[in-house]
Design a protein around this ligand. Sequence first.
Ligand code: ASP
Length: 349
Amino acid sequence: MKVLTTRREFLAKATGCTAALMSAFHISPEIVNAKETRNWPMIVCSRGEDWGQKVNQPGWDILKGGGKALDAVEKSTNVVELDPLDQTVGFGGLPNENGDVELDASIIDGATQNCGSVASLRHIKTPSSVARLVMERSDHIMLVGKGALKFAIAHGFKKENLLTDDSRIKWLQWKENMSSVDDWLPPQNGDYTSERSTGTINVLGIDNDGNIAGITSTSGLAYKIPGRVGDSPIIGAGLYVDNEVGAAGATGRGEEVIRTCGSFLVVELMRQGMHPQKACEEACMRIVHVNRGLERTTQLNFNDKFIAINKNGDVGCASIRGNKSTPPQMAITDKSGFHVYNGTYLVER
Ligand code: ASP
C-alpha cells in the first residue's frame, strides 16, 4: 500500500478531490510573512472597512493607553452589539422563528485562561459583557436562556426589547413566505425576498504585556428554531485563545464549526508552528473534509470563515466561499494605523 506522504495528498485522497483542487485557495491578499518582531499591541475584528474602523477604535484607545486586551475586546464588541443597524449581533439582531431575538457570546482571557459564555440570551443588548461576568463572577463557564437572563439582571443589566422594526419586518417577510399551507400571507403585490442571512463578530486583541483576549458575539442563524445554539458561545468552536500561542474566531454556519472544533483547531495548528493564514485555510479544509469533499460542500451552499492572530501579531483570514470583489476580510488596528486585510477563499461564491 502506498504511504501518503504529504498532508495535501492525504486530504486529496480522503475527500476524493484532486490535490490541485484541495490547495486552490484564491489569494487576493498581501499575505504577510511571519514577523520577526512582536507587533503589540493590536486589535483585529472579522469585518472590513465599514465596521472595522468603528469596532476597533475604542479597543485601540484602551490598548494604546496601556490597557488590558480583555477590556479592549469587550469595548470593541459592544460597539456592534449596541448598534441596531447591524442585524447579526446584539440589539437589532434577526430573531428566531418565533420573532424572539436570542443572542450567543463567548469571551476568553488569555492572561488567566479563563472563559465565559452565554447562549440563547434574550433581552440583553450586550451578551459579551454578560459572558465576561459569567467568567469573572461565577464558578461556571456557560449560562443559557432564562438562567443567563436572571444572572444578567442580578448584575444590573436592563431587560430590553431587542427586536427593531427593521428586523421585525424582515422576520415577518420570511414567515409569510415560508410556506403556502399556513395562515400567514404576504401583502398583495408584496415584493418580498426571504433571504436568511448570517453574521457575527469576532474581536481579538493583544495588549502591551503580550496578553491575548478574544470575543465572539452573534444573534446566530436568522429564524433559527428557538433554543438553537451555534458555535459562537462554544469555547473552542466559535472562539479560542491560548496566551502562549494566539487566538482564533469563526463566523458562518456554526454547525460546521462546532463539529470540527474550528477555532481550537486553528490555535492548535499555530501551536505546531503554522502561520495563522495557513491555519485558517486548514480549518476551512477540515470542514470540506467532514463534508466529504469540495464538490459536495459546494452543493451544500454554506460558508464559514476563520480569522486568527498569533502571539507575535501575525494575522490570518480564510473562508470557504468568496470572490474577488468580496473576499473574506479582517480589520486590523496596530501602531501602523488601521488597515483591512483581504484573506483567501476556496471557491467562488
Ligand atoms: N456562526 C453563527 C452561528 O452559527 C452565525 C454566523 O456567524 O453567521 O450562530
